[in-house]
Design a protein around this ligand. Structure first.
Ligand code: PLP
Length: 406
């Protein structure tokens, strides 16, 4: 593909107008929206309004008048269509790790005769750490790590729950959510999906796919901002019986009755624990204003149309191996490339204005966010990668120095 052909695709792109809704710096090709999404243009104003007006002027009255108390539910209702859920099945609160703790503990309680939690040994480690933490609290429980392709062999009568990432954070591989969920449920276990790398990247069908629980973050493809609040999903069929252990006052049926005993709220609200972080939620609200108008089918189609030429342009470059599956049905919205010196190569690319990231030991990750990337960006990024490799500029000493965050 030529740069001119890319420009023609940009001119015909039905999502092209969304780029104006993001405040991207000049001269940057941002391929790290799978880690931290770009800033929506409307976010600063929304956050300023909440700070100056709702907090600064209205003060405590905003809990009722500005709907602060309702905010976790309101945002949950807006995220629900992005993950194929009903409006009362999603709530926004806490972090992905904390939410996983809550839903995994609830799942174990829903399967009292079973004590095993299965997870993918290559999953984002926080999921594994949380599984260790939860099983460590339950007599006889254990967390067992398996490769997703070997899951079926381990689905015995001991398994209470399975935790998997819909899209692998390293390779970008997309798992078969409905198929795996059906097999896990047929074995009598509960299925918990981590959708951090699929929400906003492709249509996610938690309801139609039969998922029992899910957790996800909002700072990647959803552009909620650094450390923005996460969300959790609980299928309606479990809500009445599910009990989570972080039984704080926001999950109480009558938080302002200040009763000494805990009485869980009806519905998804029982999964809340604490006061919502309203400044973070305000930023998320602004990004959902953008997402509300985005057609997920068009997002997915463009994601694939961006990643296919990127792979074609970079495969065959010196020392590069494509780690992401080629089949559309098996990949999310990022392309991972292996290179023995991936870290300095990514740093050299960043110095040229092409921002990706690196995951040890050798993976360079490039996330493709169809709302603010162009086909020309993809072409330019691939050319810069070729330039960095051909020139050997990545060998400069400054590109080898590692920061705390890679
Ligand atoms: C798949 C996955 N799960 C969980 C997390 C961590 O989420 P949090 O920091 O919100 O607990 C991440 C962070 O990148 C992730 O990629």
């Amino acid at each position: 593909m030529t740069r001119e052909e890319c420009a023609a695709l940009d001119a015909a792109d039905p999502l092209a107008g969304f780029r104006r809704e993001f405040a991207l710096p000049e001269g940057v090709v941002y391929l790290d929206g799978n880690s931290l999404g770009a800033l929506p243009a409307g976010t600063p104003e929304r956050v300023r309004r909440v700070v100056e007006q709702e907090w600064g002027r209205e003060l405590i009255r905003s809990w009722n008048d500005a709907g602060w108390f309702e905010q976790p539910y309101r945002l949950g209702r807006r995220i629900a269509p992005l993950v194929g859920a009903e409006p009362d099945e999603v709530v926004v609160c806490d972090t992905t790790s904390v939410n996983l703790f809550k839903v995994l503990a609830a799942a174990l309680r829903l399967r009292p005769g079973r004590r095993t939690v299965l997870g993918d040994g290559a999953a984002f480690p926080t999921d594994l750490y949380i599984a260790e933490g939860v099983t460590g609290l339950v007599e006889g429980a254990r967390s067992v790590l398996v490769a997703p392709e070997e899951l079926d062999r381990h689905l015995d009568g001991e398994v209470a729950a399975v935790v998997l990432s819909h899209v692998d954070y390293r390779t970008g591989e997309l798992l078969d959510l409905p198929g795996i969920t059906a097999r896990v449920r047929a074995a009598g276990a509960l299925m918990i999906w981590d959708v951090c790398h699929s929400v906003g990247a492709l249509p996610v069908e938690l309801g139609a796919g039969g998922a029992d629980f899910a957790v996800g973050c909002t700072y990647k493809y959803l552009n909620g901002g650094p450390g923005s609040p996460a969300f959790l999903y609980v299928a309606r069929r479990h809500q009445a019986a599910a009990a989570q252990p972080l039984s704080g006052w926001f999950g109480h049926a009558r938080p302002f009755a200040f009763e000494p005993g805990y009485d869980a709220r009806a519905g998804i609200g029982r999964f809340l624990t604490s006061s919502p972080s309203l400044l973070g939620q305000a930023a998320l609200e602004a990004s959902l204003d953008v997402w509300e108008r985005a057609d997920l089918g068009a997002v997915r189609a463009k994601s694939l149309a961006l990643t296919d030429p990127f792979v074609a342009l970079v495969e065959g470059l010196d020392g590069i191996e494509v780690a992401t599956p080629r089949e559309h049905a098996r990949r999310g919205s990022q392309i991972a490339l292996r290179h023995a010196d991936g870290y300095p190569v990514v740093q050299a690319l960043i110095a040229r204005g092409v921002i990706g990231d690196f995951r040890a030991p050798d993976l360079m990750r490039f996330g493709f966010t169809p709302l603010y990337l162009t086909y020309t960006d993809v072409w330019d990024a691939a050319r810069h990668l070729a330039g960095v490799l051909e020139s050997g500029e990545w060998r400069q000493e400054r590109f080898g120095r590692r920061g705390e965050v890679t």
